[in-house]
Design a binder for this molecule. Structure first.
Ligand code: FCB
Length: 465
């Protein structure tokens, strides 16, 4: 184990663990589930490391009882998971799939019986392929379909689920999916990606309204906002910082929390950002006040000015903004290649709080690290680097709270090792190791550390679950 001291969080702070449907469920073609863009993408040769797919993943669809028992023993207050849209609605719209609806009934009931609050993400990147075939997030119809799906989920599970996250990291859906092309649907578009970003936000706004219309629900969105530093004080690097802030942060925080489109978007996209997809009432819809905002944080970014990849603005992708990434941090990196800089987490939270007077309470909906885990001769997984990462980042959250930021809770990414998107199965983020040949679960040292931290927190604050 480790002598890493437990970070001290205030009374009332909540602890959880997070997963996402396509990364753990498997059962990709069972019980009436339809295909999603991630099925198509992962089955396309060359798209994922070693051709990995989520066909089986951690087989959670069949092992959810065992996984909930592990959550119970971990002692978390809450579990964040996502519903697979194509499991509920195989074609994205239309007739629901009864067996898909039943699965989440069983999962939610199991959680509640274990005393764990479900926090449901409606969209963690698995768009039904049928909707992609009709234009995907590039068209407004997908936002409308998303709201109908949100209404269906709220109607079915709303008697047991109170807190809902509409979208997970729309940055990745829009830009990693439609501009970098590293994620499904895997295209390199310019304006298509900007249209997708907008329609994701419209879908979010419509879904918030649908959730509220269906009952006393709390609604939020999960963003992966970045703490971005400039490589130097040179004016060109500061301008690169402004463009990167626009692409990574302001696209989302502007409409959600400031009632405006990003201030520097014309400069960032050479006048390309404004499009016919923006309708007059959209800002009001997107800016519907939220009960909370979810924040996923892993690492900071540092940027410098760089030449554009393509000279002609009309031919560029939305991420070709004349910026190169630097890594001046001089710290350890996780196996993802990400620098470990907990202080940037505090900076990010403080900066968000300072810039946005309308910011709702914050929940850390993901934070964690991929490490080179191995099963030791004693049969255990000793992962001191992960424990150090979690401890230091929880301390960074405590520092932000001490500075006045309203952070209510924290979810480790992830409960289980899982399908890490294009990086396949080599990256292990879990508190629990998954042996993909046998589907055996082995709680790592970090699992016991997190359990003990939660126990210590409860003893100190005299709270019970
Ligand atoms: C986030 C995703 C999550 C996981 C982590 C490592 O961007 O939301 O599904 O892959 O990164």
């Amino acid at each position: 184990m480790t002598d890493q001291a437990f970070p001290v969080l205030p009374a009332g702070f909540r602890f959880g663990a997070a997963t996402a449907a396509y990364q753990i469920e498997g059962a990709h073609d069972e019980d009436g589930r339809g295909p999603s863009v991630w099925d198509t993408f992962s089955h396309t040769p060359g798209r994922t490391l070693g051709g990995a797919t989520g066909d089986t993943a951690a087989d959670h669809y069949h092992r959810y009882r065992e996984d909930v028992a592990l959550l119970r023993d971990l002692g978390v207050d809450s579990y964040r998971f996502s519903i697979s849209w194509p499991r509920l609605l195989p074609a994205g719209t239309g007739t629901p799939n009864p067996k898909g609806l039943d699965f989440y009934d069983r999962l939610i009931d199991e959680l509640l019986a274990a005393g764990i609050e479900p926090l449901v993400t409606l969209y963690h990147w698995d768009l039904p392929q049928a909707l992609e075939d009709r234009g995907g997030w590039r068209v407004r119809e997908t936002a409308e379909a998303f709201a109908a799906y949100a209404a269906l989920a709220a109607e079915r599970y709303g008697d047991r689920v109170r807190r809902w996250i509409t979208l997970n990291e729309p940055y990745c859906s829009a830009f990693v999916g439609h501009a970098e092309g590293r994620h499904a649907p895997g295209t390199r578009e310019g304006r298509g990606a900007l249209a997708a970003a907008h329609h994701l936000l419209v879908g979010h706004g419509l879904a918030v309204r649908a959730l509220r219309a269906s009952g006393d629900h709390e609604a939020g969105i999960t963003l992966n906002l970045d703490r971005i530093h400039a490589a130097s004080d040179r004016p060109e690097d500061l301008a690169a910082l402004r463009r990167a802030e626009t692409l990574h942060n302001d696209v989302w925080t502007g409409p959600l929390f400031a009632g405006r489109y990003p201030e520097h978007e014309a400069e960032t996209w050479a006048g390309q950002a404004d499009g016919p997809w923006r309708l007059p009432d959209d800002l009001q819809l997107i800016g519907t006040p939220l009960d909370f905002v979810g924040l996923n944080y892993y690492r900071p970014l540092c940027v410098a000015a760089a030449p554009h990849q393509v000279d002609d603005p009309a031919g560029r992708t939305a991420v070709d903004i004349g910026v190169a990434e630097a890594d001046p941090y001089g710290t350890r990196h996780t196996t993802m290649g990400w620098p470990v800089v907990p202080s940037a987490f505090t900076e990010l939270l403080r900066d968000l709080h300072d810039r946005h007077p309308r910011l709702p309470p914050v929940w850390i909906t993901e934070n964690g690290s991929a490490e080179a885990d191995a099963v030791a001769p004693d049969g255990r997984v000793h992962d001191p680097d992960r424990i150090g990462y979690l401890a230091d980042h929880l301390s960074a959250v405590a520092d932000a709270i001490a500075a006045g930021v309203d952070v209510r809770g924290y979810y480790v990414w992830s409960l289980l090792d899982n399908f890490e998107w294009a990086r396949g199965y080599e990256q292990r983020f879990g508190l629990i190791r998954v042996d993909y040949d046998t589907q055996t679960r082995i709680p790592k040292d970090s699992y016991r550390w997190y359990r003990d931290l939660i126990t210590a927190h409860r003893a100190r604050t005299e709270e019970t679950r």
